[in-house]
Design a protein around this ligand. Sequence first.
Ligand code: V47
Length: 374
Amino acid sequence: MACLIKDPALIPIWEKVQANVRLSREDGIALFSSEDFFGLGFMANAVKERRTGNRVTYVVNRHINPTNICALSCRFCDYATKKDKPDATVLSPDDILSQLSDDLTEVHIVSALYTGWTYEQYLDVIRVIKTRFPRVQVKAYTAVEIDFFTRLAKKTLKEVLQDLMAAGVVCLPGGGAEVFSERVRKSLFPFKIGASKWLEVHRAAHGLGLKSNATLLYGHMETKEERVDHMLKLRDLQDETHGFMSFIPLAYQPGKTRVVPRPASVIEDLKTVAVSRLLLDNFDHIKAYWVTLGEETASLALHFGADDIDGTIGDEKIAHAAGAASPVRMAREALIQLIKEAGRVPVERDALYRPLRMIDQTVEMPEMVGAEVS
Ligand code: V47
């Protein structure tokens, strides 16, 4: 393929990428600073195709948000509320079960720091799901919630993680990381855990064999240096533990918060996906989360380094509370169509990124768990 790079500043970085040499902090900043948008996409796409060929994965899943009543009041968050407010919601076990069905592979649970529940009630959410749907894989609770559970239960981090695993959790979602910058934390989420605690929770999980994801919330007040530093902190931990599966850049939806007047541009979205693919050389997967990117940008991201598009979702609350324009759910067929229209080969996966089913039999596949071809 012809080289599409025009910016001379990108050429030494491209040479490193071709030679599989790790990129530096300065390289990351140069990538974000370059106006050679297509050159950047070309490099990230080359890495994506070297790793996963033409394949793009998706999962049949549901997002469950058991409550929005939160002890924190982060300035950037449009989702959290207080218990006396009209929008306060606490789902009962029956409410949760009524949102699930037998066809699901993964249930993704992100809650809030709700002091009205006991620790056992948080565990019961998982137990109830696993009792009714024993085959479903539960990805549950962010590092922020897990840290909160240690205080609620007066247990160590290791004990809480072991309890979650015993209840049926197979991996952790990547939420709550926001941006690993003390400057941003003091302004937007001063009472939420910072980088060191978030990383400590994930390090401990990986130590117990529990895989996890990692996110970056971008498009508010963070600088490009802070985005790069965030990715490098994740890369360092991944070198140590190899426990991260996927990196998910979360495009900030400003909603009514007035933190910024509008979400990041499509250019900024795609640059962030591309830079993450290039810097995070030890992450297997970069996710184009269609809920915050929107379907159109998510499909473009499949040519800017992303190899996964998340899932069918169903009734997502956090980004939609902040006005995300994407639909609240997508049928499996619509996801497959989106991937195909982007010229990629859809592969259904499980919560641990193991391929379950491929749609096009002519493409060579890694070993599959379910070995189903349709
Ligand atoms: O932790 C909060 C973020 C996260 C907004 O692990 C917002 O596979 C955008 O973590 N605009 C929850 N984002 C979602 C999350 C996630 C999503 C998809 C897949 C995975 C995974 C994880 O959403 C929160 C916070 O960082 N968030 N408010 C907002 N207004």
